[in-house]
Design a protein. Structure first.
Length: 190
């Protein structure tokens, strides 16, 4: 019986991590360009963003990348909320057959909810661009004068708080579902 209680507790705790995970900054990206022209410098910020999962979905939607925005919305928001809701209903259901069906349903959609882990992996891939520097040096000769100019870009990215909350949500949710499924399997054996 403790597995059933622990499963619910972990799923509810994961839900508490879910909301900060989708609302807080998932990653920060800063890209700047520096031009050095014979000792004089000019710098410009090309990109300076802090995005949460919700911000990312909104930005994709506004950029008419509706399919990608919809998939991220479905896999990182809809399925996790549905999964937690169904597991909570299963916990309070007195009918063992209904409880088994609900847990089986969650087990089936859990395969799809692995997409939220995929989204975290995509963000990790984005973060792998950390400190990527490029430098391009050119030399021009105009009327016998040599002008040297250097153009460099620097990219810095870092995980935000939302990344850690969302990752913790993913692991606790999977663990909670595993405990609930284990409880149901032990009831079937009796």
């Amino acid at each position: 019986m403790y597995k059933k209680h622990l499963g619910l507790a972990l799923n509810l705790l994961s839900l508490g991590l879910f909301f900060p995970g989708i609302l807080l900054t998932m990653f920060m990206l800063d890209m700047s360009m520096l031009v050095d022209l014979s000792g004089s410098s000019l710098s410009s910020a090309l990109v300076n963003k802090e995005l949460s999962i919700i911000d990312t979905i909104q930005e994709l939607w506004q950029d008419d990348r509706i399919l990608v925005a919809s998939l991220i919305f479905m896999f990182t928001i809809c399925i996790p909320l549905l999964k937690t809701m169904v597991m909570t209903v299963a916990y309070f259901t007195k009918n063992l057959i209904m409880e088994r069906r609900l847990v089986k349903f969650v087990s089936n959609i859990s395969k799809w909810s692995m997409a939220d882990v995929f989204v975290v992996a995509v963000f990790l891939a984005i973060l792998s661009t950390n400190h990527a520097d490029t430098v391009n040096t050119q030399q021009l000769s105009i009327f016998g004068f040599k002008i040297v100019f250097e153009v460099s870009t620097q990219t810095f990215s870092a995980a935000g708080e939302g990344f850690y909350y969302f990752t913790a949500y993913c692991f606790l949710s999977m663990l909670g579902t595993q405990f609930a499924s284990s409880y149901i399997q032990s009831k079937q054996c009796r």
